[in-house]
Design a binder for this molecule. Structure first.
Ligand code: MN
Length: 144
């Protein structure tokens, strides 16, 4: 989904530059923040279409932030993709438990990440524009 707004929560400056460049090249708009608190402020101002969430952050970690967002009705349906440099056994399970919609370990496989993002954005869009079923009462006026 081109032109979608992606919030990148990542404290490593060179990772941010790399992610920003390839997302913008793919046609996405990018907002990058370096910690969970800045992410919360950004989300309160502008709702992102998807979040790329580094797990290891200074202060509140990415999984804690994800679980907070997933508990909040206003933000629970924003897809979150967890990114981590520490591909330890059990990390994926922890990420999914926290409510992340997907998980990828660094170094980032760009085609794979774009594919995952596209699937999540398409699914989120399908849910939000679900058509209202046409009322059955259309077929007959019961008022008189
Ligand atoms: Mn980090």
């Amino acid at each position: 989904m081109e032109n979608a707004l992606i919030l990148v929560v990542e404290d490593n400056t060179s990772n941010v530059k790399f992610i920003e460049l390839f997302l913008e090249t793919a046609g996405y708009r990018v907002c990058a923040v370096e910690d969970a608190e800045a992410a919360q402020k950004a989300i309160a101002t502008t709702r992102p279409d998807l979040i790329l969430m580094d797990i290891q952050l200074p202060g509140m970690d990415g999984l804690t932030l994800t679980s907070l967002l997933k508990k909040e009705p206003a933000t629970s349906d924003i897809p979150v993709v967890a990114l981590t440099a520490y591909a330890m056994k059990g990390d994926k399970e922890k990420a999914l438990e926290a409510g992340c919609d997907s998980y990828m370990s660094k170094p980032i496989n760009r085609p794979r990440l774009l594919e995952v993002m596209d699937q999540l954005l398409t699914a989120a869009k399908t849910h939000s524009v679900e058509p209202v079923p046409s009322p059955a009462s259309r077929t007959g006026n019961q008022e008189n």
